[in-house]
Write a protein that binds this ligand. Structure first.
Ligand SMILES: [Zn+2]
Length: 220
């Protein structure tokens, strides 16, 4: 596939690549300008392959921001799922079926990553060429506090206790989300890294709490 040649030909127009992909349709050979809103060739209606290098926000067709609208994301996900549903390709040729499979898994991955505040933050940090270091420089006091929280969750016996911890922890994560949104907006990647490292711990406490809630059979 002469993709690199196409990129070269685009030259100064490459900014357009952010919105549209001017590629030849694999099926009919006509030029097709498909964006995430138009997955299909405008000429022959064949599904076009996803641009793997495209970032998850573009794949989902949403504005790139940490502070995304989760309902909007879910809506876009449902719409894409509908368009890429295997039943729609059951009678199409094998190549198009493969494209739809590949596209579906990419959409699933993008949705999962962007939906969760932690993975969304880590992904956005990656887009900026950074990641959370293995040994984060969180102070002793913070780690002690996390250990205590862990114990509190382990020792919670009543539904009331666990639901109280759940509420508190969710509020902390929400607060971190707000701070992260600001830090991304300011381009303060040092702050982003610090906040994400903290969020990692609170998210693991959240997972622990949700497991207790499930095990206790609490219906919310
Ligand atoms: Zn076509």
């Amino acid at each position: 596939m002469a993709f690199s040649r196409i990129l070269c030909n685009l030259g100064s127009k490459s900014h357009l690549m952010n919105q549209f992909r001017f590629l030849s349709c694999w099926s009919c050979g006509k030029n097709t300008n498909n964006s995430s809103a138009h997955l299909f060739c405008s000429n022959c209606n064949a599904l076009q392959p996803p641009e793997v290098k495209e970032n998850y926000f573009k794949i989902m067709g949403i504005h790139e921001t940490y502070d995304l609208d989760e309902n909007d994301l879910a809506m876009k996900f449902k719409e894409l799922q509908k368009q890429l549903h295997p039943d729609k390709f059951a009678n199409k040729d094998k190549h198009e079926q493969e494209i739809s499979d590949q596209y579906s898994s990419l959409v699933n991955e993008a949705y999962k990553t962007l939906l969760e505040p932690l993975s969304r933050g880590i992904y956005m940090l990656q887009l900026r060429g950074k990641e959370i270091p293995e040994n984060t420089e969180l102070d002793q006091q913070f780690l002690m506090m996390i250990m205590e929280k862990n114990e509190e969750v382990e020792n919670a016996e009543t539904e009331e206790e666990i639901m109280k911890l759940n509420k508190e922890n969710k509020a902390i994560i929400k607060d971190l989300q707000k701070k992260l949104s600001l830090a991304f907006f300011d381009g303060d990647l040092k702050m982003v890294t610090k906040l994400l490292s903290q969020m990692k711990y609170y998210t693991s406490i959240d997972n622990q709490i949700q497991a207790v809630i499930r095990n206790k059979g609490i219906i919310r």
